[in-house]
Design a protein around this ligand. Structure first.
Ligand code: NAP
Length: 256
């Protein structure tokens, strides 16, 4: 299948490592140009090498609207266009109801959510011009809960609501907006979370054993495949969808 992505330009927040890194690499393999908004220098350099220089890192930790505008402006200045946006940057920072505070909660929501809006807002004129697409990376925790992570979960739930909201608002421009809900993907973030358990290997085996399809974790590449398909015109009649790429973890029978 030819995804027709050659020389198209995509913003990927958190695009150097983990799921975002796999999306950037997948885009390079399709001949597209990822603009990685991510502070991770070593990993971004590897992707730029893979792309033979046809990729860009914007080495910032997104937080403010000004940073998002600067990132969009730099992508346009460098490549002259933006064809799509993958909102992906985030971290499960464990700010709970009992163990958190109002200040920590507000900070967690803003650092996990607000830049999804900022990037979409500033990239919109380009997306309108090129009939672009938006993919929001949310999480199964938005629909299952996890415990002790109110801020992150608020952001993940809002990302699903915004996916529907933007899909409706952007219908007149033929801009499609979809969300992916990963469940258990072994990324650097996941690796550090699993290390917080007294016996990480046992915990990992226990979680993997509960994943219906193959009793294994989803790979970052499997999330990337869905994201890249959704960005492409092969997904031309898919919008406003919440797609679970999780080996059946969220929905299938618990007795499996
Ligand atoms: P990861 O391994 O931590 O990779 C994320 C990358 O994004 C890192 O390079 C990180 O840099 C960067 N980053 C974080 N916050 C940023 C910001 N504000 N601005 C720019 N870059 C930022 O995480 P991941 O597991 O791939 O997660 C990616 C997305 O998938 C997140 O939205 C997460 O909620 C979602 N997700 C993941 C899983 C899973 O099982 N892994 C499950 C459900 C949902 P640093 O390393 O320097 O922080």
């Amino acid at each position: 299948m030819n995804l027709n992505l050659s020389n198209k330009v995509f913003l990927v927040s958190g695009g150097a490592k983990g799921i975002g890194g796999a999306i950037s690499k997948g885009l390079v393999e399709e001949g597209a140009i990822p603009v990685m908004i991510d502070p991770s220098e070593k990993e971004a350099a590897e992707i730029i090498d893979l792309a033979q220089g046809n990729a860009l890192q914007i080495p910032i930790r997104l937080f403010s609207p000004e940073q998002a505008k600067e990132a969009v402006d730099l992508a346009i200045k460098t490549y002259g266009r933006i064809d799509g946006l993958v909102n992906n940057a985030g971290s499960n920072d464990g700010v709970g109801l009992e163990n958190g505070s109002p200040e920590a909660y507000a900070n967690s929501v803003s650092k996990n959510l607000f830049h999804y809006y900022y990037l979409a807002h500033y990239a919109l004129p380009q997306l309108k011009q090129h009939q672009g697409a938006i993919v929001n990376i949310s999480s199964k925790t938005a629909v299952t809960g996890q415990g002790n992570t109110s801020g992150y979960i608020s952001a993940k739930g809002a990302q699903l609501a915004l996916t529907r909201e933007w899909a409706v608002e952007l219908l007149p421009y033929q801009i499609r907006v979809n969300a992916i809900l990963p469940a258990e993907v072994y990324t650097p973030m996941y690796a550090s979370w699993i290390q917080s358990f007294p016996n990480p290997e046992e915990k990992l085996a226990e979680i993997s054993g509960r994943i219906p399809l193959g009793k294994r974790m989803t790979t970052s590449q499997e999330i990337a495949a869905m994201a890249i398909f959704l960005l492409s015109d092969k997904a031309s009649h898919i919008t406003g969808q919440h797609l679970y790429v999780d080996g059946g973890y969220t929905h299938l029978d618990r007795s499996l």
